[in-house]
Design a protein around this ligand. Structure first.
Ligand code: GDP
Length: 433
């Protein structure tokens, strides 16, 4: 999907505008059990167009010493966006920081819609007009708070979006399998990429339809070609002291959009961090297949390995199904095991359970462990079907609401029966009266 980024100084009303676009409900920070995270991108629809909205507001939480950082924030968002909504506070006027952002937007050559926010009434309209001076064309006067003018501004923004993103692109089928190499900074991504690519050759293919980053690399592994997506983002050294986290999240999401399977690198020589867990969560939510690679194995001793097992059991509870390889990007230890792990994960991701088989399995499970009786009623499962692959998604039709505990039980049993090693699965329930 095409990507639209909203940038601007703090307090100009970016979040309010973002909430208007995606609906307030979605903007609420999600609580995944054990993980609180700030989303940076949202699926959005406006005027019949689907796109991904990047909210740079999350950046502000990570960064102090604001003014100088705003440009950096914008730079990163812009790099990953097809078009930009630049929000200025009309009641304040253009500040030096705003002008800095303007220079950056010009250099980027991305199409921009200039939004003059906080135009709550006719009195501020003159303020908005003054923003012509920024040289970004017509300022759209809006009140994000009251909704005044936001529709026009968004119509204009959506018109600037290309049909298909030059940044993300649709997830293609066929061709070499697409792998995203993910992990927090310094975990060994570039080292692994270099080791995998070998010294002979590193072919760099600009992504079809664009000459700028991100760039993919074709790498031979186990006698086949694999497409490692967005490797430019790995190789490029990013020197950010603040907001590096935010940048990493954007990279992760951008790479996942194009990938079929993610290899998440973890540092086996150091404790798991919140960022590691967040990356794994992002992969699971993206519905891509997953392989966990414990890197820097050469640095671990007996004691550390013992502790690591306990840590994984305790912290990585959401992905007991992910294949795991213990590797060293430095020595090359066990890197060849990545291929079977990737194959397993992708096979599960692609797999389809025939409806007959699914229903006879459901029948057996439900007969042995019926849903508890609630309020004198017992919800029954009428029928199940796999609605999609990549990843496997199941829809169960039931005669009543199924409790979360029971749904988890069914999911567990599905995994026990069918494997699904290396892929997230989804089970949703439709109640039929
Ligand atoms: P990136 O930020 O994830 O791309 O991480 P780099 O590939 O730049 O690696 C960060 C540091 O860890 C570098 O100093 C590497 O030499 C080192 N490193 C990476 N993989 C290994 C490994 O398997 N073993 C050891 N001992 N060091 C490693």
């Amino acid at each position: 999907l095409p990507v639209l980024a909203v940038v601007g100084r703090p307090n100009v009303g970016k979040s309010t505008l973002v909430n208007r676009i995606i609906g307030r409900r979605e903007a609420v920070v999600e609580d995944v059990p054990g993980v609180t995270r700030d989303r940076v991108s949202y699926p959005a629809t406006w005027a019949g167009r689907d796109f991904t909205l990047v909210d740079t507001g999350g950046w502000e939480k990570n960064v102090e010493g604001m003014a100088a950082r705003v440009a950096e924030q914008a730079e990163i968002a812009v790099e990953l966006a097809d078009a930009v909504v630049f929000v200025v506070d009309a009641t304040v006027g253009a500040t030096a920081t705003d002008e800095q952002v303007v220079r950056l937007l010009r250099r980027s050559k991305r199409p921009v819609v200039l939004v003059a926010n906080k135009v709550d009434g006719p009195r501020q309209e003159a303020d908005a007009t003054e923003l012509w001076s920024l040289g970004l064309g017509e300022p759209y006067p809006v009140s994000a708070l009251h909704g005044r003018g936001t529709g026009d501004a968004l119509d204009a923004a959506v018109k600037l979006l290309p049909e298909v993103s030059a940044v993300g692109g649709a997830l293609p089928t066929g061709g070499p399998r697409r792998v995203a190499l993910l992990g927090r900074p310094n975990v060994g991504k570039s080292s692994m990429l270099n080791k995998l690519a070998g010294s002979e050759r590193v072919v760099v293919h600009p992504t079809a339809g664009t000459t700028r980053d991100p760039v993919d690399e074709m790498i031979e592994l186990g006698g086949r070609t694999w497409r490692f997506v967005d490797t430019a983002g790995i190789r490029r050294r990013v020197h950010l002291t603040k907001g590096a986290d935010f940048y990493a999240s954007l990279r992760t999401q951008a790479a996942l959009e194009k990938a079929e399977v993610a290899v998440v690198l973890l540092d086996s020589s150091a404790p798991l961090t919140e960022q590691d867990i967040r990356i794994v969560t992002t992969v699971v939510e993206s519905g891509r297949a997953l392989v966990l690679a414990y890197n820097k194995w050469d640095l671990t001793d007996e004691e550390r390995r013992h502790y690591l097992e306990r840590e994984i059991e305790k912290e990585l509870v959401q992905t007991p199904w992910a294949p795991r390889v213990n590797v060293s990007a430095m020595t090359g230890r066990h890197l060849e095991r990545l291929v079977p792990a990737l194959d397993t994960a992708l096979e599960s991701w692609d797999s389809r359970i025939p409806t007959g088989r699914l229903n006879s399995f459901l029948g057996t499970v439900v007969a042995a462990h019926p849903h508890p009786v609630r309020g004198g009623k017992q919800p029954r499962i009428l029928f199940g079907t796999q609605a999609s692959t990549r990843p496997p998604r199941f829809v169960l039709f039931a005669s009543g609401f199924l409790e979360a505990g029971y749904r988890r039980f069914l999911e567990r049993r599905l995994r026990e029966e069918f494997g699904f090693e290396g892929t997230p699965i989804e089970v949703s329930v439709r109640v039929r009266e």
